[in-house]
Design a protein. Sequence first.
Length: 323
Amino acid sequence: MVYISLPDNSVRSLSFYLAMEEYVARNINEYDCFFQWQVEPSVIFGRNQLIENEVNTDFCRENGIRMFRRKSGGGCVYADMNNIMFSYITSEESVGFTFNRYINTVIHLLRKLNVEATTSGRNDILIDGKKVSGNAFYHIPRRNIVHGTMLYDTNMHNMVGSITPSDEKLMSKGIKSIRQRITLLKDYIDLGINEFKEYVKTNLCDRELTLTDKDIEKIKEIEKEYLSDEFIYGNNPRYTITKRKRIEQTGDFELRMDIKNNVIKDIEILGDFLVAGDINKNIKDRLKNVKLDKESLEKALPEQLDDVIMNLKKNDFINLIIS
């Protein structure tokens, strides 16, 4: 595997590293690539999430926490300089195989440090049953991009405040609650954060490729999309009916449907699920102008929805629509 490095140690914005993933995927002719990065306080929400549903924007603005959207699915996460982000780019075509291989690789790295890491049913890595890493992915032609967090240490006040109301009582309860569900890697290893990064690099990669100033300029061109208000905030879809439900092992769903005469005129599918295929072509477009009844929905949708949204069963999705 090739380690992709930058020509200097500048701290860059989260949007730059998202653009860097894309640039590497489209332009670096290596089968497997990997790099690590850290950012100033930021929140990053998934491609299918609405910012107003996920982020406490007032708290973020008051505390200098920047807000970004990524192109992968999954939920909203907080990152800062005490948190390490991993990016893995591969030419392996199978999304599911790529994701599982990446998760197992990270688990193996931790176990070599005598940390008993395990995986959850969907996209988390756990230590002692608590989350230490969350991961997501997306696909571009001929390449898969996987990225994830590694909670070495973090600012709990910012983590909770950026996604919950800033009322002090709620903050206090939120911090206590989240500490019961997540854990920090620093409590399990003797390595400092930079030593851990070096350990990951040397154990995963056998070569290093340093990007040039010309590469950096091209990355900045890609970054412009990530910095646009249209991409970050999106457009709220018009809707007449909203359905919300959590489907176990799949994620939280919010369906916003424009219904006329019991026919679906438009549908927006929001949530923290992981997208494995073309959700527009294989789900949303197929549901337009379809009657809102089980038989019509069954005919319109493909049999295998887990090829589009990870772990999604067709019957569960239809039940959500007509519930």
